[in-house]
Ligand binder design. Structure first.
Ligand SMILES: Cc1cc2nc3c(=O)[nH]c(=O)nc-3n(C[C@H](O)[C@H](O)[C@H](O)COP(=O)(O)OP(=O)(O)OC[C@H]3O[C@@H](n4cnc5c(N)ncnc54)[C@H](O)[C@@H]3O)c2cc1C
Length: 531
């Protein structure tokens, strides 16, 4: 007699120490040794793996390039690397759609679409390596999200493998899926969700309430509800003309007037760099005028060159009384030169010395745009009080600022200052009606903050969503919903308490971080030196 429930065979796993070490870190602050690693090459292999995990209650950690900052791509379960086996990509210019496997990067999509005059408008700075699966799972965004929103708006359908190992397709307009909220849920969500221009924290109950589509729950779910194997991206025509301006200010407070003025001119990006990060960029060889407190990089896309140049002129004239430095660009190559300062920012931080590490702890806060000045001043004040140096940069036009801490990790007790700052900045975000994550997601880092941000009732809804999709808690446990022993500043990749791994792999992981080479297949890091 045959059984209806066949226990699946153990899948091929890499369980040796070197492979586990190669996947113990992503971008961000953690080093956690996984139990093993799997690199499925097809939906069939992934399906078999997930069925085995469901049968054996083995936690799985979905993973793309590993460039996510919040620790959703590392964990003690089996890491499932989807960056290598899902590379199919087709572009349909007539329907303005790209169909991309989970491993396909933003850069690959745009390279295929560009010749057809099309693009995927949200532009994560990590586009060279961020995978389609990773972007969907974090609801990624970029400088141009100011005008085009996060990736959420650009997803037509997802092919997923659910927590029981069943593959299926989820379409925009396809309905609610397995979670059926109570009728009063909308009211609760409306009252408790941040009113920010961007949010990648929690499950997107606000977008779900609006659309009734489970697609909106899956987008930004950080590998906790399903594996994503294929994405249908909506594309749009590239606007022909672009111009921009770099505006330097002597005081950070000028942002309170300058940013709303610029937003009224309908820019496609307004990016901020503060004086600390400017000093690192200068060390990397970019000449800037002395005495700037911050720089705003502004981009305007228009239908004609005249319109693009005209609006740059409006911006320069309108902010003349506030600016200490102005440099304009009237075409795309000029703009790229102007933006070099922005593209050098993250690598400059990653290259800091081993004693002064750039750590992404309070790194992704977003507040209502009218509270931006208060937020920036509040973060600076809290950092001074906690004795932690910080750099600020990011998407000022969205009220969204990346803040990296720069502690001396060789100084005993450095974690106390960072921990106090984490707490103070979270309180500030909550007070200002903000979110702890504008685009990177909660991961393990922020999971334990969500009750403070959304309140106990919304937290209960998040748990309902998780139970509806993953009752066995196989998919990325501890991400979005915190583990019972949540402790955000343990399992760090820096400091004396870091879990030991082979020196050569630790050095390769560090090099990968310093050079932003996240596209490197991580299996290759496990190769012995010289092979
Ligand atoms: C230098 C640098 C700059 C960055 N700039 C930006 C930026 O401008 N905007 C931005 O939004 N982010 C940025 N990031 C963060 C990061 O690149 C994005 O979060 C990106 O979307 C992550 O993609 P990934 O393929 O690396 O995913 P990973 O880091 O591997 O995973 C991220 C999360 O998604 C889940 N996941 C990944 N793939 C799948 C899948 N196929 N199915 C289910 N779950 C999955 C993981 O479990 C994890 O929780 C930056 C990072 C770096 C290092």
């Amino acid at each position: 007699m045959s059984s209806l429930h066949i226990v699946t065979a153990t899948p091929a796993l890499l369980a040796d120490d070197r492979s586990r070490a190669a996947y113990s870190e992503g971008a961000g602050i953690y080093r956690i040794l996984p139990r093993a690693v799997a690199v499925p090459g097809s939906v069939a292999e992934l399906t078999a793996l997930v069925r085995w995990a469901a049968d054996t209650r083995t936690p799985l950690v979905p993973r793309g390039a590993g460039s996510g900052m919040a620790g959703g791509n590392v964990g003690r379960g089996v890491i499932v690397d989807l960056s290598q086996g899902f590379h199919a990509l087709t572009v349909d210019p007539a329907r303005r759609l790209a169909r991309a496997g989970a491993s396909v990067t933003w850069a690959e999509i745009n390279a295929a679409a560009r010749g057809l005059g099309l693009r995927l408008p949200p532009d994560p700075s990590s586009g060279a390596f961020a995978t389609s699966g990773g972007m969907v799972s974090t609801n990624a965004a970029g400088p141009r999200s100011l005008r085009y929103g996060s990736v959420r708006q650009w997803i037509e359908s997802l092919e997923i493998v659910d927590a029981s190992g069943e593959p299926r397709t989820v379409h925009r307009g396809g309905g609610a899926g397995p979670w059926h909220p109570a009728p009063d849920t909308r009211h609760l969500v409306d009252g408790h969700f941040p009113r920010t221009r961007k949010n990648s924290s929690g499950y997107a109950l606000d977008a779900f309430a609006e659309s009734g589509d489970e697609l909106d729950l899956l987008i930004g779910s950080e590998g906790t509800l399903a594996f994503i194997t294929q994405i249908e991206w909506r594309l749009e025509p590239i606007l022909p003309d672009v111009a921009g301006v770099a505006l330097g200010f002597g005081e950070l407070e000028a942002l309170s007037d300058a940013v709303p003025y610029l937003l009224a001119l309908n820019p496609s990006a307004v990016e901020l760099l503060d004086r600390t990060i400017l000093s690192f960029v200068e060390e990397a060889g970019v000449a800037l005028p002395a005495g700037l407190a911050c720089l705003l990089l502004v981009e305007f896309e228009r239908e004609t060159a005249m319109a693009a140049r005209g609006v740059v002129g409006d911006a320069v004239r309108g902010l003349k009384h506030l600016t200490a430095h102005v440099e304009t660009a009237v075409d795309r190559p000029g703009l790229e030169r102007l933006w070099k300062v922005r593209t050098l920012a993250s690598p400059a931080l990653a290259r800091l010395s081993e004693t002064r590490r750039s750590l992404q702890v309070i790194e992704d806060g977003c507040v209502p745009i009218e509270r931006l000045g208060e937020y920036v001043a509040g973060v600076r004040g809290a950092a001074d009080r906690c004795g932690v140096q910080v750099v600020l940069f990011g998407h000022a036009g969205d009220g969204h600022v990346h803040v990296n801490t720069l502690p001396d990790v060789t100084r005993p007790g450095w974690e106390d200052g960072v921990s106090a700052l984490f707490d103070a900045v979270t309180a500030l975000q909550v007070r200002l009606g903000g979110t702890p994550s504008g685009e990177h997601g909660d991961g393990r880092l922020r999971a334990g903050l969500l009750e403070r941000v959304f309140g106990a009732q919304v937290m209960a809804l998040f748990r309902q969503v998780k139970r509806a999709y993953d009752p066995g808690e196989v998919l990325n446990p501890g991400v979005i919903l915190p583990a019972a022993d949540w402790a955000p500043l343990v399992d760090l990749k820096v400091g004396a308490a870091a879990t030991p791994i082979a020196d050569d792999i630790a050095a390769r992981l560090r090099q990968l971080e310093r050079t932003a080479s996240w596209a490197t297949p991580k299996t290759s890091l496990a190769d012995s030196p010289g092979t």
